[in-house]
Design a protein around this ligand. Sequence first.
Ligand code: P6P
Length: 392
Amino acid sequence: LGPDAPVTDLITLTRHTLSEQRRHASASGDLTLLLVSLQLSCKYVSSLVRRAGLANVTGLAGGGPNIQGEKVQRLDVLANEVFMNSLRTSGRAAVLVSEEDENAFFVTAAPEGSPDADSRPGRYVVCFDPLDGSSNIDCGVSIGSIFGIYRLPEGSDGTSLERDVLRPGTELMAAGYALYGSFTGLVLATGDGVNGYTLDPSLGEFILTHPSMRIPSRGNIYSINEGNASKWGPAVTRWVNHCKFPEAPTADAEGKPLAGLDEATLKVTHPLRPAGSLAVRADEHDNHGTRKPRSLRYVGSMVADVHRTFLHGGVFAYPADRSSPNGKLRILYEVLPMAFLCEQAGGRCTTGLKRALAIRPDKLHARTGIFLGSALDVAEVERMYQDEENAK
Ligand code: P6P
């Protein structure tokens, strides 16, 4: 049929997950079934998001009563209901933690004949943000859903918040996010690397389009809300200045003084360049020997900023600051799933002082600051935090 014939051997997310699970003898297929529920949720939310603006136009949303006379709920509340119902009835979830709900939901077997008779507890704990960045919907900015999956600890009956839910990201067995942007994508890791899928709306299937995603080790983008600059600590300020006014190269990555740099290059200074910035590698400079300033890209929707970082490299940052000493992003259903995906794709994710994946949340909606992205760029941030600690 020739090279431009349509693909007839479609690798759908379900088929791909099954083939990945076959590599683990102990796999029961339960995770695949749980992921089928999560896929359905993301497809449904995608369709809701795509219709949201239209619904507003036809008066079916925006608070006014719809044709059934009932108040149309906000999109993130609807998205939450979709995730909760799909996971509760999957028969694979023991505990559900949602950004929208104050408390965890422990799945129990409802009696036959009761309205939620399909509720069946399983062996997985799912922490999710059903619609992250929902404040961006009305202006058409990309938003997303984020989820992290733990298996119940051996011998656990899935009733304890402390033992079953408040766990470090190192115990995650899978994580993913859906991106509702110019396309609907789903990025997923189940322990053997990261794969990206794109929704084919005509089929209603997520098709494998980005196998074995890897975050570039360095990138030329930094992503942070500069409006918070007055609240940053010294290390964040130093790192952002380093991105904007990079130091002329005086040493290579191993710290060995670079030979042959002309005096003019070494003297290149900028009034705002902080003293003692880190030397950066000569191979990252324009032909005048100075590193090109990085570009600032900040969407203000975590899934969009993280997805761009996965594809183009650089660092997405939401650091702790004076007004938010624990940062803004929530540990269980924003930071840990993204940190898991980041490390599975060869990247690095830190609070500045600590590996993000090692954090154990003390409360369901606990927050932390993070820097996520290209391993070598994030390592620069950690060095600056360490310098700040050493200077104390
Ligand atoms: P700011 C969205 O509300 C969100 O939780 C993340 O998706 C996003 O990264 C962050 O907040 C943006 O916060 O303070 O920059 O508007």
